[in-house]
Design a protein around this ligand. Structure first.
Ligand SMILES: Nc1ncnc2c1ncn2[C@@H]1O[C@H](COP(=O)(O)OP(=O)(O)O)[C@@H](O)[C@H]1O
Ligand SMILES: [Mg+2]
Length: 223
């Protein structure tokens, strides 16, 4: 079982949205996916309730409950766990990073986010976990934003995923229905960018998607 923590000190950088979008793509590929929402606002749990679908499985967890939930998920045959974390100086993000095989750090192209990204990079580095930055909510034609971000991340030896994720209406429209752009507008730029990010993560986590059978149920994860 592989675990991906999605963490960044700053709020509103698309942590939760990337968690949901990537977990849907991974589920579509036949992976047995669990999403753990560690934010007390539970916006990813709410998205899951809006969606009225069996997959991906979404479960709220506190820092204290996390090890037990991960153990049950592993025993239940879960392939991949996404952990959505709250912003700011939470105790949840360090717990998620400690449990993870890799940390995805979403960052928007603005100075406030760049100022915060170093803290999250440090959290991953001190825990000895590989980290990957992803530039989110870029202007749909914002090439220069990408170049600036590359410089910022390079200065802290933080690898950056390509391509970036543009701010697009398709994402917001899908969110309202508890779905993702991959489901509502499969041929859109929004869906293609998420697919490209997923390929990047899949390769780094060494995930193979052939001959995997769904067998992890809510009852098995919840106790
Ligand atoms: N690429 C995008 N294009 C348009 N809206 C987006 C995009 N990514 C995220 N959003 C929206 O931006 C808001 C903040 O994203 P969210 O994932 O909740 O951030 P965080 O979890 O980091 O606080 C949400 O309303 C989300 O639907
Ligand atoms: Mg969030």
């Amino acid at each position: 079982m592989k675990i991906l923590a999605i963490a960044m000190q700053k709020g509103g950088v698309a942590k939760s949205w990337l968690t949901r979008s990537l977990s849907v793509v991974a589920s579509h590929e036949g992976l047995n996916v669990l999403v753990i929402d560690m934010d007390s606002q539970q916006s990813t749990v709410a998205w899951s309730e809006r969606r009225e679908a069996e997959t991906p499985l979404v479960q709220f967890s506190t820092e204290r409950e996390l090890p037990a939930i991960l153990k049950r998920a592993s025993e239940a045959g879960c392939d991949l766990v996404f952990i959505d974390t709250p912003p700011a100086r939470s105790t949840e993000a360090p717990a998620a990073v400690d449990a993870a095989d890799m940390v995805l750090i979403p960052c928007t192209p603005d100075i406030e986010a760049y100022e915060q990204v170093a803290r999250t990079e440090r959290l991953a580095r001190l825990a000895g976990k590989p980290a990957l930055a992803i530039l989110t909510m870029t202007q749909p034609s914002g090439k220069s934003e990408q170049e600036i971000a590359q410089e910022v991340f390079a200065s802290m030896n933080l690898e950056m995923a390509l391509p970036t994720i543009a701010r697009l209406k398709a994402h917001r429209d899908a969110a309202r229905e508890g779905r993702t752009a991959t489901e509502t507008e499969a041929d859109s730029r929004a869906a293609r960018e998420i697919a490209a990010l997923w390929m990047c993560i899949k390769e780094r986590l060494n995930i193979r998607t052939s001959a995997i059978v769904h067998n992890c149920t809510r009852e098995q994860v919840q106790k």
